[in-house]
Design a protein around this ligand. Structure first.
Ligand SMILES: [Zn+2]
Length: 189
């Protein structure tokens, strides 16, 4: 879902006249995974098991960064910092995008997302498991890429970009997202 998360950042540029820049929106959509990688490197505090090799084959053990409350906390802190830098609207957008990662993960993950950090209380875990149907996840992710690219094109036009420039920008964005999805599908990551 790497590409799908980024696609939301591209789509969000539509609402960002003079708020947060594109790189910040992209970082926001991946922030939970950034912390996941940090906790992985810090002695495999969080890690992933392979249910099967290839696309959508992971069971993720991310009990802090991808717990519902943990994700909300990261979104709140990130949104607060972003608000300090880019104002209220920028902060709300940044925080919203950080949390959008959890919502998209909820859709595709197997039931591996806990409610409380560290799976405190052993409450039920969530995840609708769309990854079980690989082709359907890929279609959903592809649709996100198309929607994100179209919205990105419109946002470049809205900010006064010429049609040619907007087309080049949107095509580069689509190319990057498609490449990310393709590498995910081929499990090259
Ligand atoms: Zn994630």
């Amino acid at each position: 879902m790497f590409a799908g998360h980024f696609a939301l950042a591209a789509a969000a540029t539509r609402t960002t006249d003079r708020t947060a820049p594109l790189w910040a929106l992209m970082l926001a959509t991946q922030l939970l995974d950034v912390f996941f990688v940090i906790l992985f490197l810090a002695g495999r505090v969080e890690y992933a098991d392979e249910v099967h090799p290839g696309y959508g084959g992971l069971f993720i053990h991310a009990d802090y960064t991808h717990s519902l409350v943990g994700a909300l906390a990261i979104a709140a802190v990130g949104g607060g910092l972003a608000a300090w830098r880019w104002g209220r609207r920028g902060g709300l957008l940044f925080g919203g995008l950080v949390f959008s990662h959890w919502i998209l993960d909820l859709l595709v993950h197997r039931a591996d997302l806990p409610v409380l950090p560290g799976d405190l209380g052993g409450l039920p875990r969530f995840g609708f498991g769309l990854w079980r149907i690989g082709w359907l996840s890929a279609v959903v992710e592809g649709a996100l890429i198309v929607a994100g690219t179209v919205a990105y094109y419109r946002s470049v036009r809205k900010r006064g970009g010429a049609r040619r420039r907007a087309l080049v920008a949107a095509a580069s964005m689509a190319g990057l997202l498609a490449l990310a999805l393709a590498s995910d599908l081929l499990a090259l990551e």
